[in-house]
Design a binder for this molecule. Structure first.
Ligand code: IMP
Ligand code: MG
Length: 175
């Protein structure tokens, strides 16, 4: 049986504050234009639910599901498991992500959305791990920059576990 240690690095209170900060930035950016929020399932579920009520010019929201991970290793490509059903043509789209890691998922989602003739694609991610990037992509809005750790909680999982924890934790494996 695998044993883990969880070390909290970001508390729910810090996330709440950051959500207010991010919503100000986003509202300022979309002062004169509207957008559609697309949450990346399942990881962005909590973040999106708490961010959206603060956003002023969001027309509506939907979800996309794309996968690049099996366990804690990236596979290098993505599969779209769920497509959004709202009309996206000529819309500004704000993609809401839990974490930007290698950038493979975000790049794949961006390509998919551009094929759907959206006007612009923007990214808002709660966490950014820039040291792991293999694609040239940067979030337009991000909450916290973190080092090269595998983290769980607040939507983020390890093999579908720990998503329901209220803060962000580093997952450490004990052998
Ligand atoms: P990327 O394609 O490598 O940028 O990874 C994006 C996706 O991988 C995220 O949406 C997460 O679902 C998953 N992921 C990346 N890093 C972590 C992590 O530290 N913990 C949990 N999931 C992660
Ligand atoms: Mg995810």
């Amino acid at each position: 049986m695998q044993i883990y240690d969880l070390e909290e690095i970001i508390s729910q209170e810090e996330i709440n504050k950051k959500i207010l900060f991010l919503s100000e930035q986003i509202n300022n950016f979309f002062r004169d234009s509207s957008f559609i929020a697309i949450g990346v399932l399942k990881g962005a579920f909590f973040f999106m639910a708490e961010l959206l009520p603060h956003l002023k010019n969001c027309e509506t929201f939907d979800f996309i599901q794309a996968k690049s991970y099996e366990g804690n290793k990236t596979t290098g490509k993505i599969r779209i498991l769920k497509e959004p059903s709202v009309l996206l043509k000529n819309k500004n789209v704000l993609v809401i992500e839990d974490i930007l890691d290698t950038g493979i998922t975000a790049t794949g989602i961006k390509e998919y959305l551009l094929q759907r003739d959206v006007k612009n694609v923007y990214f808002c991610t709660l966490l950014d791990k820039p040291s792991r990037r293999v694609r040239q992509i940067r979030p337009d809005f991000y909450g916290f920059e973190i080092g090269n750790y595998f983290v769980v909680g607040y939507g983020l999982d390890y093999e579908e576990k720990f998503r329901d924890k209220r803060g962000i934790y580093i997952l450490k494996f004990k052998s």
